[in-house]
Design a protein around this ligand. Sequence first.
Ligand code: SF4
Length: 225
Amino acid sequence: MTREQLAAAVTERLEQRYPNAKYELNFESPFQLLIATILAAQATDERINQVTPILFGKWPTPQALADADQTELETVLIPTGFYKRKAKAVKETSKGLLELFGGEVPQTVDQLVQLHGVARKTANVVLNTAFNIPSGIIVDTHVQRVSRRIGLTDTENPDQIEQELMPLVPEARWTQFGPAMVLLGRYTCTAKVVKCSECVMNDVCEKRYPPAEKVAKDTKETEPT
Ligand code: SF4
């Protein structure tokens, strides 16, 4: 099977298995999604969704967050982990929004990555999810790992993986492809366990996972419904 054929099979299966896949952070505006995505580094979406109502209740705008008292902000962000660094980051991002874009979240990757703490993944999350702009494919740690195991890429660099996936996946599917791969990686092809026998990719996947002693196969855990 060529890589193009493999990508077509993977894309089709993701669509069938996760037709409603979407990014799981809650938000009410592009600004909120931008900040929530920065906070989601090294934390679960569930944990961030518990914190953001408090955060945006106290500091609802870029100006308010840029002016927030550092200590008070850190206290609110403690549950997200790395709270000192994250408090500083979201203040800097908010300042950048004010200084560079008049407080509005820009709508291109090139503009978004000028902001503190914003790489391509975060830019794509905001554009795909908040603006419905298919700017690229979200490549987080799950997409990175699963793409390699399936055989869609040989690299570990997220930006390079995105560049390789984009010509392989139809543009109309970019927005859904990333979140669907995240679900596959979160529940079926996890960092520690591969459940190949119950995976929709079983017959097409190249199964390039690490040696058996590092990855347990086919445990009885099942995906939550
Ligand atoms: S078939 Fe196995 S290795 Fe391939 S994506 Fe599914 S769980 Fe991962």
